[in-house]
Design a protein around this ligand. Structure first.
Ligand code: NDP
Length: 461
């Protein structure tokens, strides 16, 4: 029998990789993990966590304004970007430490180096040039921002750099209309930056319910964010004063201190040695896996963004846990991608789970739409002109709630709980017989008794 240096070698220390390594090690397997940058991966180091901290920071100016309506006198306020970045960096360093501690505490060996595949069982540690062997290999190298090939793309930043800008720019143009573009547009605007969003399609957030898309775009515009839809950047150039000029197809020339590209993320497989190991990838470079996250090479798995399935941290972690069940517990388990709740941390926030109205209209012969739009209680005294929108989509035949969409404060928190109800297959009647919790915004979800309208075969009646 061949003997290997490790039972499991994990390449990539992000959410999926760390979870695989930690849990396998805690089961007594001999595990090593290699990471070329920092443990924690995109989510902890330059994604979800620092982003959410920035979102909180950017909300304060509205909090200060709102406080007046509740009797507070707020003195002069000012914002220090460098202080925020330093505080964020400190928290990220703490979290990175916890990730490392979790790994070593479970008995995994940590390498701080890029690692590449030499063959199906051999990994080269690039820092030392040493090679090691493993019975099973997990590739969890994540993704990186896509820059595209527009002339001048090298003059643009991505979300990676947005977390470490030396100075807060006075103005920014963000290209894209997905999660990152929308979240950062709100962050920068909230911190006082003149913000323009340039999006190629009809309306931002193309994969979301139309009420969320329209409601959010209206609210962002009302705050002062410029959103240019059907807008295509053709090139970016540098001016004499080191500003950026963006030539566009339909919107003339735009000018800003910084241009940020948020046009998607690509799998991190370049130079990884996929060919050497015989691993198949698609034309985007994403590793192709089966329902158990196994590649075409029997002993090599891949999870998370490198497989380009659903680019979300909890999904990568879930895939890691399924891998553990499959490989080490003798219970082949495939991830369940149905009804994944998700949030866009925009201002107002989006929380959503299940089908959009358009998708549900196509899937079910008759669809009931329950929709409420109201002014949240807090906005009465604060005087802020904001609305909250909630919508439940119900298959008239089975009575099941097949989509739930919220725009407004704490929408993400609500979507997490709604996710359980959709997963459990709750019907509208279950919602109706649930007692309201007063006074909350969420009570609206159980008090919408009559449909606002219906769709039959996708057509509104
Ligand atoms: P998204 O896929 O969300 O959005 C990409 C955007 O870029 C879309 O608006 C797309 O337009 C546009 N686009 C794509 N290619 C081009 C191009 N060549 N030129 C101009 N525009 C283009 O990607 P993001 O980069 O925003 O985020 C990456 C992933 O990270 C997300 O898919 C999400 O899974 C994850 N994420 C999750 C967050 C959360 O859970 N809150 C937060 C941030 C990221 P179109 O719609 O027309 O295709």
């Amino acid at each position: 029998m061949t003997s290997f240096d490790y039972d499991l070698f994990v390449i990539g220390g992000g959410s999926g990789g760390v979870r695989s390594a930690r849990v396998a090690a805690s089961l007594g397997k001999k595990v090593a993990i290699a990471e070329e940058y920092r443990y924690g991966g995109t989510c902890v180091i330059r994604g979800c966590v620092p982003k959410k901290l920035f979102v909180y920071a950017s909300q304060y100016h509205e909090h200060f304004e709102d406080a007046v309506g509740f009797g507070w006198s707020v003195g002069e306020t000012s914002f220090d970007w460098k202080k925020l970045v330093a505080a964020k960096d400190q928290e990220i360093a703490r979290l990175e430490g916890l990730y490392r501690k979790g790994l070593t505490g479970a008995g995994a060996e940590i390498f701080e180096t890029r690692a590449e595949l030499v063959d199906a069982h051999t990994i080269k540690l690039m820092e030392s040039g040493k090679t090691v062997t493993a019975k099973t290999i997990m590739v969890a190298t994540g993704g990186r921002p896509t820059y595209g090939n527009m002339p001048g793309h090298e003059l643009c930043i991505s979300s990676n750099e947005a977390f470490h800008l030396n100075e807060l720019p006075k103005s920014i143009v963000i290209i894209g209309g997905g999660y990152i573009a929308v979240e950062f547009a709100n962050v920068f605007h909230g911190l006082g930056v003149e913000t323009t969003l340039l999006y190629r399609g009809e309306q931002i957030l193309s994969r979301f319910d139309h009420d969320l898309r329209d409601g959010l775009a209206d609210a962002m515009r009302a705050k002062g964010i410029r959103i240019l839809c059907n807008g295509v950047a053709v090139s970016v150039s540098r001016t004499e004063t080191d500003r950026r000029e963006i030539a566009t197809k339909n919107n003339g020339s735009l000018s800003a201190d910084v241009v940020m590209l948020a046009i998607g993320r690509s799998p991190n497989t370049q130079g990884l040695g996929l060919d050497a190991a015989g691993i198949a990838a698609d034309d985007q470079g994403a590793i192709i896996v089966d329902r158990y996250s196994r590649t075409n090479v029997e002993n090599i798995y891949a999870i998370g963004d490198v497989t380009n399935r659903v680019q979300l941290t909890p999904v990568a972690i879930h895939e890691a846990m399924c891998f553990i069940e499959t490989e080490y517990k003798g219970r082949p388990t495939s991830p369940d991608y149905d009804t994944i709740p998700t949030a866009v941390f925009s201002q107002p926030e989006i929380g959503t789970v299940g089908l959009t109205e358009q998708e549900a209209g196509k899937r079910f012969a008759e669809l009931e739409v329950y929709r409420a739009e109201f002014r949240p209680l807090k906005a009465t005294l604060s005087g802020r002109s904001e609305k909250m929108m909630m919508k439940l989509l119900v298959d008239a035949q089975s009575r099941k709630v097949v989509g739930a969409h919220i725009l407004g404060h704490d929408a993400g928190e609500m979507a997490q709980i709604l996710g359980i109800t959709l997963k459990a297959g709750c019907t509208k009647d279950d919602f109706d017989r649930t007692m309201a919790l007063h006074p909350t915004a969420a009570e609206e979800l159980v008090t919408m008794y009559a449909p606002s309208y219906r769709l039959r075969n996708g057509e509104r009646l």
